[in-house]
Every structure is written in structure tokens, then in C-alpha cells.
Design a protein around this ligand. Sequence first.
Ligand code: PMP
Ligand code: GLN
Length: 388
Amino acid sequence: MQAPKMPGNPVFASLGTTIFTVMSALAAEHHAVNLGQGFPDEDGPLSVREAAAKALIDGPNQYPPMMGLPVLRQALARHARRHYGLDFDWEREIVVTSGATEALTDCLLALLSPGDEAILIDPAYDSYRPIIEAAGAKAIGVKLDEDGWRLPLDVIAAAVTAKTRLVVINTPHNPSGRVFDRAELEGLAAIVRDNDLLLLCDEVYEHLTFDGLAHVPPITLPGMRERTVRVGSAGKIFSLTGWKIGWIMGPAALMSIIAKAHQFVTFTTAPALQIGVAHGLDHEQDWYLALPRALQARRDSLVKGLGAAGFRTMPCEGTYFVTADFSPLGINEDDVAFARRLTVAQGVTAIPLSVFYGADAPTRFVRFAFCKKQATIDAALARLAAMR
Ligand code: PMP
Ligand code: GLN
């Protein structure tokens, strides 16, 4: 039997396995402390898990409505009003998805047409680019500045062409740890408005900001309500990353098209988990608002230890990631080789940053996750201290 000449879509055939899976497997193989893939090592609120467990036994267990269970869409509308003063019509303007990954895919498939261009801020979360390309569009990467990961507004403005359809912004930003400030986001919003573009906002870390910084959803900025969609994730809000419950909120005119992508990507999402998340949004606000306080202390200890080990850490204002420049260590290898060696020889796993770029990637940064018990961070730091 002959193998097929064309084994698959080149967008996917040419891809490797995601860096998170690769580095977690390497960490397991070498018994390394895994500060690579971003998942908390303590599960979120018991009451959320209990509400989901009860629903799993009592039902419903058949297909929920395509847009999501009303109880969750209503809780999401209340959440947006409570935290940001936003008003969404839960029936027409909110769709529940199987994680933010699906939400982003639905939005990109629904909003882009073949030949369009989408502007990405590099380093960009790794799912955006392949989905843009699978939609037949072109991803145009614009790099954050490497001194402080600030948004280069002039470069973004210059990247707009007649084919540009949308910009993807992620704030708080993975992997950099930046929380873009109001002035940066207003500058971005002006570019989007002036060029009649759409803005896709990945806000999965909306509640993970530190040092009293406020997350600004770009849809709240003047003139942005009708041209912005925002994506969220219960996995991040409630430290339940395996649940894969996400959502999309935006103007009805865009949401009706996005819902049509969603209906053929997954159609719907496990009802018991939706019930758990609805319970959490309404009753576990204290829990999710306390999480950044706990994480901030872990960030501080990780930043201090990385500094003592000779890394130059970059500003970390949100998410559960800190990026570090390892060039002060005098190491003569790129970030992929360094991250590999750090796992194999030092027993600490980090994520190389260059994999999140389309082109011209810097190769001197790695990302460490601090959504881990203090003892886990201490164990990693002890191993890194032994490096010098
Ligand atoms: N966007 C960003 C920036 C993320 O870090 C993640 C988390 N992996 C996702 C999207 C995907 O979220 P989910 O696990 O809900 O699919
Ligand atoms: N978002 C997580 C991270 O950035 C991992 C997601 C995944 O493993 N796909 O580490």
C-alpha cells in the first residue's frame, strides 16, 4: 500500500507538538521541578467542584444549549457588570466554549476570511498563529520591545494594510507577564478604530494582576464596544485548568457569526462543569480575588531567587509567569537549548520564549511559572542556586 502523497494540511503537518507538552514530558522524564507549563499545583474552590460533582450525578447530562447553559451565561453577564461595568445581553452576546483555546479558534475562524491579515503581538500564545493560517489568513507579528515588553504602537500602526482585518491582544499577557496599561490600550484602540478593524482580546488572566494594577478590558474603551470581542477562561479564574470552560463576549452582530463557528467546532460544553463555574462566579468571588495576593508572594520569591542565581528578570505585573534573560550568566546557547539543558542537567523546567514568535525571535529569554506551592518554587530555586 502506498502512503498518500499529501498527508494533511501543511499548516498542521509542519507543526511540532506544543512546547508545553514537550517540556512537561521532558520534565517528567528527568524528574525536574516543572515551572514550564502553566498549571497550578493546587485545585480551585471545593464548592465549585462540589457543584459540578452534584450536577454530574443529578444531571442534566444531555446536550446543553449550543450557546451555553443560561445559568452560566447569566452569571458571566453579572461578572462583567460587577467588575467592569459592562452590559452584555446574555442571550445574544455570550457564548460558552470548551476552554479559551476553543473560544479563540471560533473567533478567528468566524472573523477572518482567506487573504485577510491579522496582527499578533509577539511573543504570542502558541495557538493563535496556526488557526489564523488554517483560516487562510496571514499572521503579521509585531514584537513587544525587549527592554520592558511594552506595546510598540508605532510599529503596530505601520503594520496595518488594506488587508488587515483584526488585531489579537492578550492582556494580562502570556508569556511576558505584562499588564498593558490604559495609555497603551488606548493607543491600540485608536489604531483599531481609525482603520476600521476588529479587536480580539484574550483576557484569560483578567483576575491575575499584581501590585494593585487594574486589568482594563479594551472593550470598555471609547468606541470599542461594537468592534471588540473578549475571551475568558474558568481554568485560570478558578485554578481548574483541566476543565476547559471558556467563553466569548461581544456585540451581537459579531457573536451571531462566532456562534456559527462554535456550533461546528464543539457545538457545546460539559453541562456539569458549566454549573460548577456558574456557582463559582456567583459565590467564590473572595476566592478568586485572593488568588493574586497569594501568587504575588510566590512571584516575589521566584524573582528574588532568579536574580540571586544570575538571571535578569523582566517586569511581571500579571499572569503566573515571569520571563528571565539568561545572557548575564554568560551562556552561549539559544533559549531552546538552554531550557533543555536546564531540565536535564539542573532539574528545573522553563519554557523558551522564541517559540512564541513568528520571526526574528530573541533567543535569550525563558519563562518560569509560579502558580506552584512555595515548596515547589523553593526546590527549583535551590537547584538553580547550585548552578553557579
Ligand atoms: N490564552 C492564553 C494566553 C493562555 O495562557 C491560555 C492557557 N493555556 C489559553 C488562552 C487557553 O485557555 P484554556 O485552557 O481555557 O483553553
Ligand atoms: N497556557 C498554559 C501555558 O501557557 C499551557 C496551556 C497548554 O498546555 N496548552 O503554560
